[in-house]
Design a protein around this ligand. Structure first.
Ligand code: GRF
Length: 202
């Protein structure tokens, strides 16, 4: 079987990206990260990728003010690097239709909450955890799902659940979930690369 070629898209610190790069380097995920794209040229994820010797690209509304041109540039960058699977890890932009349709069922995202209840436009970062606390939920979690044209909408591939503890703040809940996210995302990618999870046809 050919080694799966991964692109990772992220906007910020990139702790999930780091966990995935480390797991690929150790051979736990039988995949090769070939490209990291960020819409934020100063994001720490860019340093992480450079340190790992992986090609980085800054593609954003700054580099490409026209949304259609940006969408095409992202799609072309993925295709030029022969990417098989696109991994969104804290990427805070919606991908355009050209990229989504060229990589139908081959784009994954991790969301720091349970879907569909805690997803959708405006539901990101600490806002997710605040909403969970406001609703007095006893459980929260994280979800890996396929990406389609809508925010946090494609089919769920895997999720984890954690208990909401008395006295939790959005920050403590976020922190507890984040550590587990790394394990979840690495495990999902390991299983996809090993053929244990079969993604729908493209
Ligand atoms: C994670 O909580 C992820 O669920 C969300 O964005 C955050 C990214 O964190 N989509 P990091 O940059 O991987 O540390």
């Amino acid at each position: 079987m050919n080694v799966l070629r991964l692109a990772l898209l992220a906007s910020h610190g990139g702790t999930n990206v780091q966990a995935i790069l480390d797991a690929c380097a150790k051979g736990d995920i039988k995949a090769e990260p070939v490209l990291v794209i960020s819409n934020n040229s100063t994001a720490n994820v860019v340093n992480r990728a450079r340190q790992a010797g992986i090609k980085t690209l800054h593609l954003s509304s700054t580099t490409h003010p026209n949304a259609v041109v940006l969408d095409n540039a992202i799609r072309r960058a993925l295709q030029d690097s022969d990417v098989d699977l696109v991994v969104l890890a804290g990427y805070n932009k919606r991908l355009g239709p050209s990229t989504v349709s060229a990589y139908r069922h081959r784009i994954l995202n991790i969301h720091p909450g349970l879907l569909p209840k805690y997803g959708g436009a405006g539901m990101y970062g600490l806002r997710v955890h605040q909403a969970v606390l406001d609703n007095d939920e006893t459980e929260s979690g994280a979800t890996v799902h396929l990406v389609d044209e809508e925010y946090d909408h494609g089919p769920t591939i895997a999720e984890l659940r954690v208990k909401v503890l008395p006295g939790d703040s959005p920050e403590t809940l976020s922190e507890r979930i984040k550590t587990r996210e790394h394990e979840l995302y690495v495990d999902v990618l390991r299983r996809i690369a090993a053929g244990e999870i079969e993604l729908p046809a493209r």
